[in-house]
Design a protein around this ligand. Structure first.
Ligand code: SF4
Length: 108
């Protein structure tokens, strides 16, 4: 039978207390909120909820077949109403959206 020294006992208590202190920090990350179309930075990036409403005069590289669902920076699943955009820090955008940072997905 092993005996626990006072030093080992205190060490184990300290490890346990540290784990309890850190537990709230390592909880699962909460989903980010949706990116509003009227957000000032989003507007500066030409973000629209529907690619058909993009300002093609201001963003001549825009094409109607470009949308968030076809962008490398979008990680929503097919069929989702919204998905995270890494350019906007994981904020949620609709698959129909668009902004000037559109990067086409590589062909599968
Ligand atoms: S970076 Fe891509 S996914 Fe994000 S808003 Fe712009 S077009 Fe959509």
């Amino acid at each position: 039978m092993s005996q626990c020294t006072r030093r080992q006992f205190i060490g184990q208590i300290m490890v346990g207390a540290s784990a309890l202190t850190l537990a709230p920090i390592v909880k699962a990350e909460e989903p980010k909120p949706a990116l509003p179309a009227d957000d000032a930075y989003a507007k500066a990036m030409g973000f629209v909820l529907d690619t058909n409403n993009a300002d093609s005069a201001k963003f001549p590289k825009h094409a109607p077949d470009q949308s968030c669902s076809k962008c490398q920076l979008y990680s929503g699943a097919e069929g989702d109403d919204l998905g995270p955009c890494s350019f906007f820090g994981g904020r949620l955008v609709p698959p129909t959206g668009w902004c000037r940072n559109f990067k086409p997905k590589s062909p599968a």
